[in-house]
Design a protein around this ligand. Sequence first.
Ligand code: PHE
Length: 452
Amino acid sequence: MSHPSHRSHWNSRWTFMLATAGSAIGLGNIWKLPYMIGVNGGSAFVLVFVACIFLVGIPLMMTEILLGRRAQKNPLDGMQALAIEAKRSTAWKYLGGMGMLTGLLILSFYSVIGGWVLAYIIEAARGSFSQITATQSTANFDALLASPLQLLGWHTLFMFMTMSVVAHGVNSGLEKANNILIPSLFAILLILLGYSMSVGDMHAAFQFMFKPDFSKIKPVAVLSALGHAFFSLSLGMGAVMVYGSYLQRNVSIARTTIYIALADTMLGLLVGLAIYSLVFANHLAPNAGPGLIFQTLPIAFGHMPAGGFIGMLFFILVAFAAWTSSISLVEPAIAWIVENTKIKRHTAAWAIGLVVWILGTAVVLSFNEWKAIKIVFGLNIFETLDKLTSTILLPLGGLLMAIFAGYFMNKHHAQEELDLNDQHFKLWRFTNNYIAPIAIGAVFLYLFGLVK
Ligand code: PHE
């Protein structure tokens, strides 16, 4: 397929890797994975999650990058171009469209949680964590949730940060900042982990997260683990596809994918360990839900030397991680608008930003004023958006991409993009064509009550 020269490309493999890692590493690792481990019964969830990353996540990340690089377009036009190349129905473009919408739905709550992180930078800087007790920490977090105005202010700031970068285009500064930010995030996590190990109950945390107990594996946990594998690696909605479309030809997709997936998974598990050793040492509930890190980490920062400063640094890095992810949530939609209409990039960015911001205000209210309003299955607005995107839309998007790449696309085209030796190509094809679709399909059948 031709490579239009006006499309910007990443400066090097390293930049692509950092951008994709920047998309993958975010609130999913630091905020969501830890609390989901607790809510879904600990080790059982961890085991299934890691299996999903290896058996489904890694192959499908390769699939998504290869589709993007071959198409050289935004997800919607890209799927259409690929379908035409393969002489298939152009209805495949709706798969790209679905991904773009999914990204916007995710951003509506992602931005609200990103706002909590911003609020905690200030809390840390003000010294609010100093000598804090578990009860006080929980009360502080509850007070933040109870204030729609504060939440709205932080959500607005986070959306503003995201959209001002998107308005300028993906090749600009922030991606380069990842060069320092991601390694720094790892470094500060190691400090946190060291501290948790010395004062927390690392043994209990290990047992809770890694001691295999197959009896605890519940179908719902499998569903959440699969969904979170997609969320955590930014798969199934075209983010990775768009980044892949800016990728040069001479870069190995497989190697890049494996590095990113390993870094992403390790980071999440490290945060989990640090948090659970604090949870058990302080007799907190492991299943506290979305507030977990905001309730536990201040206790650690509040008691370690220079904790106010380290805490501030930690939340700043988390905010950056969330920022680079949120950009990738809107980039597919913006790329589509810019490549199809006369609308300028910055106009598109601010208009889409406004729509997402409005939806986000409903999410804000679902933590306080509208808490009692249930949308479906007893879930409030935030929970509905989260479950709808993570457990349905992302895996569905991934399933369809796998089917397209495995059964509709010309096999040689896939091989050309992946550029693997025969054995490795066969391995990718086996996981992409059989393992991933069967795993996702089985989970869906269960979800829709077709099998028990
Ligand atoms: N992977 C990001 C995170 O873990 C979230 C994300 C999901 C980003 C889907 C893009 C697409 O925080």
